[in-house]
Design a binder for this molecule. Structure first.
Ligand code: ADP
Ligand code: MG
Length: 687
């Protein structure tokens, strides 16, 4: 239960004065649902108001505050034209106060003729006259002092003014209580940070107050680290299933290649973990194409050899099917039973699978997150592997652990190389294995950037490629963020290509029926189609080694990490591969630089670092899709500067007071609730 002291702050936003139906949409667009969201919606800059008594052309473009006297109203004939109040300063210089789209009664009331008023707003030059459009403030002169000279400016959305936002922030701040200190005293002193409430107040009063911001960012990072450590602690307290396979199944594997040194190393680490009585918590990191699937298979077989079961989770239906087929191929001839379970398995098939899992006749289950929702009971689940983990969240990881009587070993595989700060932020509770070596014989992928105006040349190149026996992906651009429009773009492109290439063209997108998706993927994998037009559903994991050309339309609209993922669909066989990035016409300097980086390097870590800098964590981790809490206060710079301290601090606290029962521990609980790590606090009770 959230401590009572936080309740006022966690009230619905409608509890704030002045929040009516008209603000519902604008607030929703900014994801401001509760007072606490407003409190953490920090200003982005501030207005420096120039207080003056004389209008001057030189101040055009600035926000001024000045005493004016209205001398005339200028209503124009048409309803759409603005209403103007002509006013003068005490030296007789004139300015027009302009009001759009309202009836004139309101400005007339606000600005009666010949009565001085203090007016503040942005002064603009309009030809050789001056004007202020919709002044921010119009007050009787004696109230001029109530307006601050320096004023915070907030991120806004249509229908929400800065004045209103500032008022809401003030109300939210008034609800923010003094909280007990959770930061280690020596760290607090060394950094010179203010207490929590003071930091929040200061960050709203002055966006340039770096210390206040840093303190708040630290709190957020600290809460994250502490939560992950609680997850780890609770997992380590559980009983796992010690697994030591005898290697007989693995010895029977008939692989067309030898594992790389990195694969062997990673597998050794996993084997070591699995032999323990505490459940494994391990992250397997490896760039696209580094061969994570084989490592997963070895771990799964280790479990099966020991008479236990394993599960492999994939983020998409396509990927689950592909893993299912792939694993079945690899273990062909071995006494290993593999089944698949996704949202699509229904009726008798599903029943049979559930039975097989319960009685132990199924050794390995492959599926999507539907596995979480199903009434799945295993006879003896010893290992769960999550592929392309970035679509799953910590909460789901915890849910999976709760599925089994004894906590299964957990292996998480990330599709994207993640910068160290993000690894710690999102997977801090895990041990890490790295596949830092690519399978041999890979040809580097050549990346070219071309204007989309040269589409005809691109199609010619594609024609030559398929005439020569090759296969290719054609990825369609992201249209806004809606899947429907992605789909429309993909369908249109597929139609256009079919005019030229006929039945050689396949199509796959997220909105397709599952069986149609399968059919399209199967046809491409079996080389019955040579060109696969797709949306980003192929982003993760799809493996067709004969495809050695990928064309990505609207490449400037993708994140770099995502482009890297997409590019990783080729370069999987022994043929030299090409990635064509098609860009739009007018590109910003940044967009240009980003595409240049893609051309220049195939180093996933470098690309991810750059993406983190340019677009934030959500893009790399794909957490937007999974709804995982994002960092609201901490910037990537804060992360790199503070994560180690936060980690050490959280670690120290856990060592001294793992139950978070003492004074600082209790304070830290409040911090967890403040950043909505409630689930982690829950682990303390079930302990
Ligand atoms: P990812 O790490 O992106 O999941 P995959 O597991 O899909 O990579 O492997 C990429 C490709 O490399 C697959 O076609 C796989 O069969 C192949 N592969 C994996 N390990 C090796 C190896 N040791 N030697 C050669 N090829 C390998
Ligand atoms: Mg993979």
């Amino acid at each position: 239960m959230r401590p009572d002291i936080l309740n006022p702050l966690f009230a619905e936003i409608s509890a704030l004065k002045g929040v009516g139906p008209a603000l519902a949409k604008p607030l929703e667009r900014l994801a401001l649902a509760r007072a606490v969201d407003v409190a953490f919606h920090l200003p982005v800059s501030f207005i420096d108001r120039r207080l003056t008594d004389e209008l001057s052309m030189a101040d055009a473009g600035r926000v001024i505050g000045i005493e004016l006297t209205p001398v005339d109203y200028r209503a124009s004939g048409s309803a759409r034209a603005p209403f103007r109040v002509q006013a003068v300063d005490r030296h007789g210089n004139g300015v027009a106060l302009v009001y759009f789209g309202r009836n004139s009664a309101w400005p007339r009331k606000l600005l009666p003729l010949n009565e001085p008023r203090f007016v503040s707003g942005k002064l603009e030059s309009y030809g050789d006259t001056l004007q202020i459009v919709h002044p921010d403030y119009v007050l009787p002169p004696e109230e001029a002092e109530t307006i601050p000279a320096r004023e915070a400016v907030y991120g806004l959305s249509e229908g929400l003014t800065n004045n209103r936002m500032r008022d809401l922030a003030g109300q939210a701040l008034a609800r923010a209580p003094e909280l007990p200190e959770w930061i280690e005293p020596s760290l607090l002193a060394r950094k010179g940070w203010p207490g929590w409430r003071e930091a929040l107040t200061r960050a709203h009063a002055d966006p340039s107050d770096a210390l206040a911001r840093e303190r708040l960012a630290y709190d957020e990072i600290f809460a994250g680290q502490l939560a992950l450590m609680l997850v780890r602690q609770s997992s380590r307290k559980r009983r796992g299933v010690p697994i030591a396979g005898d290697g007989r199944l693995r010895a029977m594997l008939n692989l067309p290649f030898a594992p790389t040194g990195a694969q062997r190393r990673a597998f050794g680490e996993i084997e070591g973990d699995m032999a323990q009585g505490v459940p494994m918590l391990r992250l397997l990191q490896g760039d696209v194409g580094s061969g994570k699937t084989l490592v997963a298979l070895m771990a799964l077989l280790n479990a099966v050899e020991a008479g236990a079961q394993g599960a492999l989770l994939a983020p998409t239906e396509i990927l689950a099917r592909q893993h299912y087929e792939g694993l079945r191929r690899m273990v062909a001839g071995l006494p290993v039973e593999i089944a698949i379970l996704t949202g699509r398995e229904k009726g008798k098939v599903r029943e049979a699978t559930l039975m097989g899992l319960a009685d132990g006749s199924i050794d390995i289950l492959v599926g999507t997150h539907a596995i979480f929702q199903e009434a799945v009971r295993y006879r003896n689940l010893a290992l769960a592997v999550i592929d392309e983990q970035h679509r799953f969240g910590v909460a789901q990881r915890m849910m999976l652990a709760a599925k089994a009587e004894r906590t299964p070993h957990l292996l998480v595989m990330t599709a994207t190389p993640i910068p160290r700060t993000l690894t710690l932020t999102y997977y801090g509770e895990m041990d890490v294995s790295r596949l830092d070596e690519m399978p041999p014989g890979r040809q580097p992928i050549q990346t070219l950037v071309m204007s989309s105006q040269r589409l005809e040349e691109v199609v010619e190149a594609l024609a030559r490629h398929v005439e020569g026996g090759g296969q290719a992906y054609w990825v369609c651009p992201l249209v806004e963020e809606s899947e429907t429009s992605d789909q429309a773009a993909a369908e249109a492109r597929a139609e256009a290509l079919k005019m030229r290439f006929g039945e050689r063209v396949g199509l796959v997108h997220g909105r397709m029926k599952g069986t149609d998706k399968d059919a399209a993927m199967d046809a491409f994998a079996a080389n019955r189609t040579q060109i696969l037009v797709a949306t980003t559903v192929i982003e993760v994991g799809v493996d067709v080694p004969n495809a050695s050309l990928i064309i990505i339309e609207g490449a400037d609209r993708f994140g770099l990490a995502q482009l890297h993922q997409l590019r990783g669909r080729v370069g999987r066989g022994d043929k030299a591969s090409v990635c064509l990035l098609l860009r739009g016409g007018a590109l910003s300097e940044t967009a240009r630089a980003r595409l240049a980086l893609m051309r220049e390097t195939n180093d996933g870590f470098r690309i991810a670092e750059e993406d983190l800098r340019l677009r934030g964590a959500g893009e790399i981790l794909g957490t937007r899709q999974s709804g995982e809490a994002q960092l609201k206060l901490a910037t990537p710079e804060h992360l790199s500067a503070l994560i180690d301290a936060a980690r050490d601090d959280a670690h120290l606290l856990m060592e001294r007071d793992g139950g978070l029962a003492q004074e600082r521990g209790q304070a830290a609980r409040t911090c967890l609730y403040l950043f909505e790590r409630d689930a982690a606090v829950g682990l303390l009770r079930s302990g």
